[in-house]
Every structure is written in structure tokens, then in C-alpha cells.
Design a binder for this molecule. Structure first.
Ligand code: NAP
Length: 327
């Protein structure tokens, strides 16, 4: 099948990493398209507030996304609403297949597909998703006003979302498998000072109980004693980390044991012209500012790669075809 578009760069994923890559690519005069299947912004859209984006002491997640999108579009970045279904590396161009039909080609591809909430895989989780089980407090917290909710996890997401839920709910239980939180110190302090939040330490949820009226309890097991208990609750919010969305990573690209892509300091993968950024990339910490930094790095590296590639391809072309061959 003939592809509909030939670009310098295709960016897959419209979160902070992808949009920042778009901004830098447009400033480097690369012919660029960003493919995003949902609303641009990614996980940041689901956040009530962001307090560690330099220059903004507090900014709504969707507001920050909209500002990044507006910035990229002001530079002329083309956004394509479609799902990328495959990335096929090629000798001349890389091809990106689209669910809506057809394909795009480019010298370079930036994969910025991030991660998805990790699932607990316990009885009731799948069956009652959307009926009392949620992975997003900003999306679903409203349904639990003046009710009791249970949050599972001890990282930044669990604590941040619990603090948000405490503004709406009557009571928030945080169930954590250890007796120490993984979340940052400031978030820990706030959660411990919030009177609506109560911790259930050294505990795991083994099942979610629900009936036609929704969730009514969770089964707990103490990780030290093995003792089972039941905790009455109207909703369950699960924040136990992310799994990288690596479905589009072509064979031949190195990944670590957890499925994160290994890159060099230019965000380049083991396949020339394919870059991986943000939460899909193996790195020390996962933060919005780091995804944005990856986007910058990958776009600058891709610009250099595309320029070199075009120069070498031009040398290989017969003289009468050299002008304006690229687009
Ligand atoms: P995370 O840091 O990986 O924390 C996951 C939490 O879930 C940990 O407390 C872990 O327990 C627990 N957990 C994992 N598997 C479990 C299981 N099967 N059963 C019970 N508990 C389980 O994930 P995250 O909180 O989603 O954060 C992901 C990344 O985004 C992190 O790098 C984080 O710093 C970043 N983030 C930053 C912010 C911010 O800066 N404002 C906000 C959100 C996220 P253990 O502690 O025992 O391992």
C-alpha cells in the first residue's frame, strides 16, 4: 500500500514528551506530524493539579496540556487524530501504520506512548471497573462525594490522588503493602496531616466485593500476620504504578526486563532514526519535566539525523533528481 504522507519526523503520542518534541522539531524546521489517538496531554490530563512544573506553583493538569498543545500548534505542528498500530523500520524510511487506514513515512520516528495503570489482577477488579473500581480520581472522584473510598498503593500517584479524594469523600483509606510510603516527603506530610485519610499499613487487597448497587467492601490480608479482614468501602482507586506502553516498539530495539526501552543519552534506540522518550524509556525517575526534556533531546537528535540522512541520500541520487526530492 502506498503511504499518504512523507515526513522528516513522526511523533507518536501527544503527552508532554511528544508535544515538547513537536515544539523543538518545528523550531528545527522539520516537516513533522504528531499522531495521537486520544486527547493530547496524556496522563497529565488526568491530574487535578501539577505542582512541580517549573514556573507554575500550581497548574491544572488539563490546563498545562492545553498550553503545551497551543504552543506546538502555534508553530504549525500537524496533529493527526488516529491510532498508530505498527512501526515498521525501513532502510530508506520508517513506516507508521494507522488504525484509520493507510500509513505515514518518515526518516525518523519518536515513540512517546508512555504507560498505563498497572492492574492488581484480583477478583472484582475487572468486573467492577467503572462501577466502583477506578484508576483516576479526577475522572471518577465526583461519584464518591460524602462516601468512603479505598486507595491502593503507596507511591506519589496514590498519595496525590488520595489528597484529591479527601476533598470530596467522607473518608479515604489508603491500603499499602508495607509500613513506609514510597511517595515524596511533602506528599507524605500532607497525607498524614489530612484527618479524612486513614492508613491500613502492611496490608493488601485480595478481592473487591460488589453487588448490583456497586462496591461495598474489600477483603484485606495483613502481609505480616496473614490475618484476613474486611473493610467497608463504596469505591476502590488503584494506583500501584505503570506499565510501559511498548506494543509499538519494533523488534530489534533493546528493552529491559520490565519492558522499558533502553536508549542512549540522545534518546536514540538500537535502530537508527527511532527515538524513545518519556515514561516508555528506561530512566531513574518519571516526571513531566523529564518527559519534556526527553522530547527536546530526541527532537534535536532527530534533526541532526534527518539532515545527515538527507545529505547522504542526495549524494546517492542522479543529479537531475536532486532538487526537492524530499517532499
Ligand atoms: P510507583 O512509584 O511505582 O508506586 C507504586 C506503589 O504501588 C508502591 O508504593 C508499591 O509498593 C505499590 N504496589 C506496586 N505493586 C503492588 C501490588 N501488586 N500490590 C500492592 N501494592 C503495589 O508508581 P506511581 O505512584 O504511579 O508513580 C509512577 C512514577 O510517576 C513515579 O516515578 C512517580 O514519582 C511519578 N509521579 C510523580 C508525581 C509527582 O511528582 N507529583 C505524581 C505521580 C507520579 P512498594 O512501595 O512496596 O513497592
Amino acid at each position: 500500500m502506498k503511504c499518504s504522507g512523507l515526513y522528516d519526523l513522526i511523533i507518536i503520542g501527544g503527552g508532554p514528551g511528544g508535544l515538547t518534541a513537536g515544539i523543538y522539531a518545528m523550531r528545527a524546521a522539520l516537516k513533522t506530524v504528531l499522531v495521537e489517538m486520544a486527547a493530547p496531554g496524556g496522563q497529565v490530563n488526568l491530574s487535578d493539579g501539577v505542582e512541580n512544573w517549573p514556573g507554575d506553583e500550581h497548574i491544572g493538569g488539563s490546563e498545562l496540556s492545553m498550553k503545551m498543545l497551543g504552543h506546538a500548534q502555534s508553530l504549525g505542528l500537524e496533529i493527526r487524530s488516529d491510532e498508530a498500530t505498527a512501526v515498521e523500520p525501513g532502510l530508506d524510511y520508517h513506516t507508521v501504520r494507522l488504525a484509520g487506514g493507510g500509513c505515514l513515512q518518515a526518516h525518523a520516528v519518536v515513540l512517546a506512548t508512555g504507560g498505563s495503570p498497572r492492574k492488581l489482577e484480583i477478583p472484582g477488579e475487572r468486573e467492577f471497573y467503572g462501577k466502583g473500581v477506578s484508576y483516576c480520581a479526577v475522572c471518577d472522584g465526583f461519584f464518591f462525594r460524602s462516601k468512603t473510598v479505598t486507595v491502593i498503593g503507596g507511591g506519589d500517584s496514590a498519595i496525590e490522588e488520595s489528597l484529591y479524594l479527601a476533598k470530596l469523600a467522607k473518608q479515604v483509606f489508603i491500603v499499602h503493602r508495607r509500613d513506609q510510603l514510597r511517595a515524596g516527603a511533602l506528599l507524605q506530610q500532607r497525607a498524614k496531616a489530612e484527618c479524612k485519610i486513614e492508613f491500613r499499613w502492611n496490608s493488601v487487597v485480595t478481592a473487591i466485593r460488589a453487588n448490583s448497587n456497586g462496591v461495598w467492601a474489600v477483603d484485606l490480608k495483613n502481609t505480616r500476620t496473614g490475618e484476613p479482614t474486611e473493610l467497608a468501602t463504596d469505591g476502590v482507586f488503584i494506583f500501584i504504578g505503570f506499565v510501559p506502553n511498548n506494543r509499538l516498539v519494533p523488534a530489534g530495539i533493546k528493552m529491559n526486563a520490565d519492558g522499558y526501552v533502553v536508549t542512549d543519552d540522545k534518546c536514540a534506540t538500537t535502530l537508527p532514526g527511532i527515538y524513545v522518550i518519556g515514561d516508555l524509556r528506561e530512566k531513574y525517575a518519571r516526571q513531566i519535566v523529564l518527559s519534556a526534556a526527553d522530547g527536546c533531546t530526541a527532537a534535536l537528535a532527530a534533526a541532526h539525523y534527518v539532515e545527515t540522512r538527507k545529505a547522504s541520500l542526495e549524494c546517492e541520487l542522479p543529479e537531475n533528481l536532486r532538487d526537492g526530492w524530499a517532499h
